[in-house]
Design a protein around this ligand. Structure first.
Ligand SMILES: *Cc1c(COP(=O)(O)O)cnc(C)c1O
Length: 399
């Protein structure tokens, strides 16, 4: 058995260094990276400002624990609150941990406000919230739950985008809704901004909390700081991670003062969460992402890439069924098996990642320019051409 637990079907590539939107293998081959560590490296690889922030902090202090005040945490939390709906932030090391905090907070809210029976969350089919016991139960997918014993109770699932099903699922035990504004792993599925608005209204009518999982859609990915801003609504609780540390593990649970009222001293914790290294990098990410031009650049680049994808779809009839997504959280619903498309792209030295519903995810660094968009189009064009003329061979090779 391999020394590394074989839970991943890894591509046989080893990278030695990165620069912007490019990765270089140990053999010196260059790849255009539209995976970005699964929507993580929002500023690309080895961004000098992030490298400086990390190196400077590394020379001063790495870790003290949350027994003490951490200045970087206070600063990052204040900035996140100033830029969003939130009044308060809990820092974690990953997306799943941010969700765990969100789930605990929602239960605690009702407990603290006199309705401890309200502990169940309504979640949505196709969701992905992480790999902990609570988050696999929240996602409710057999492929995540199988073999791991009884799923943690407290989640009721309804079809994505079905407001009547969401309404019908409310019981006296319901604490709130948990939803990704745009499903990432689920295949870049957007239930629509009107649906999010309807869910907000439904939550308000029933005294329920709206929890958003913006682990993938947040931190500028869709062209807004958080994707729910497109819908013109605010959540009560929000989980963020992936882009927040630009490649350094940082997660956060953001909440309003109202929703967070049960989370008093001793109710939650994390040894590593919000440590000085993570906070230094998180603050450096925000220095750039919160610049006024940055999100406009993401929206422009997203539109440009989308235009290229629409043209490619026309140029390769029968290969692309749909272009999905917002900003630089884009998906191509493919006709050929998406694994074959990923492999064909890799042969063109471009990296992209699959998602459910046979969708190819394009989640490049958010600071790419026109050159990278043009190059991506060229790689996709060549990959689709190769697949179109040689589909069975490609399938045999990589299936
Ligand atoms: C990646 C992801 C998670 C889990 O994050 P981890 O850091 O892997 O724990 C949760 N929710 C969404 C929407 C994600 O994309």
């Amino acid at each position: 058995m391999p020394a590394v637990l074989p839970t991943y079907a890894r591509a046989d590539l080893v990278f030695e260094r990165g620069e912007g939107a490019y990765l270089f293998t140990t053999a010196g081959e260059r790849y255009l990276d539209f995976t970005a560590g699964i929507a993580v490296n929002v500023l690309g690889h080895a961004h000098p400002k992030l490298t400086d922030a990390l190196c400077n902090q590394a020379q001063k202090l790495w870790h003290t624990s949350n027994l003490f005040r951490v200045e970087g945490q206070e600063r990052l939390a204040e900035r996140l609150c100033a830029a969003t709906f939130a009044d308060t932030v809990f820092f974690t090391n990953s997306g799943a941990e941010a969700l765990e905090c969100a789930i605990k907070m929602a239960r605690k809210f009702h407990s603290a406000t006199g309705a401890p029976e309200r502990h169940r969350l309504i979640t949505f089919e196709g969701a992905f919230h992480g790999r902990t016991m609570a988050t696999i139960a929240a996602a409710g997918q057999e492929k995540l739950l199988s073999g791991f014993g009884p799923p943690m109770p407290g989640f009721d699932q309804v079809p994505l985008g079905d407001i009547e099903a969401a309404r019908a699922a409310i019981t006296p035990e319901t604490a709130g809704f948990l939803i990704e504004p745009i499903q990432g792993e689920g295949g870049i599925r957007n239930p629509g901004w009107p649906f999010l608005r309807a869910l907000r209204k439904l939550a308000d009518e029933h005294g329920l909390l709206l929890i958003l999982d913006e682990v993938q859609s947040g931190v500028g990915r869709t062209g807004r700081f958080f994707a729910h801003e497109h819908a013109g609504i605010v959540p009560d609780i929000l989980a963020a991670a992936k882009g927040l540390g630009g490649g350094f593990p940082v997660g956060a649970c953001l909440a309003t003062e109202h929703a967070a009222q049960g989370m008093t001293v001793g109710t939650h914790g994390s040894t590593f969460g919000g440590n000085p290294l993570a906070m230094a990098v998180g603050n450096a990410v925000l220095d750039i992402v919160l610049e006024p031009e940055f999100l406009a650049h993401v929206r422009d680049t997203g539109l440009r890439l989308r235009q290229q994808l629409a043209e490619l779809s026309d140029a390769h009839p029968g290969m692309i069924e749909e272009v999905r997504g917002e900003g630089l959280l884009l998906g191509l619903k493919c006709s050929p098996p998406v694994g074959d498309v990923v492999a064909a792209l890799r042969a063109q030295h471009m990296l992209a990642v699959g998602a459910s519903e046979n969708v190819l995810r394009l989640v490049p660094p958010l600071n790419i320019g026109e050159d990278e968009v043009r190059e991506a189009r060229g790689c996709l064009d060549a990959a689709l051409t190769a697949l179109g003329t040689d589909a069975p061979a490609a399938a045999a090779h990589h299936g």
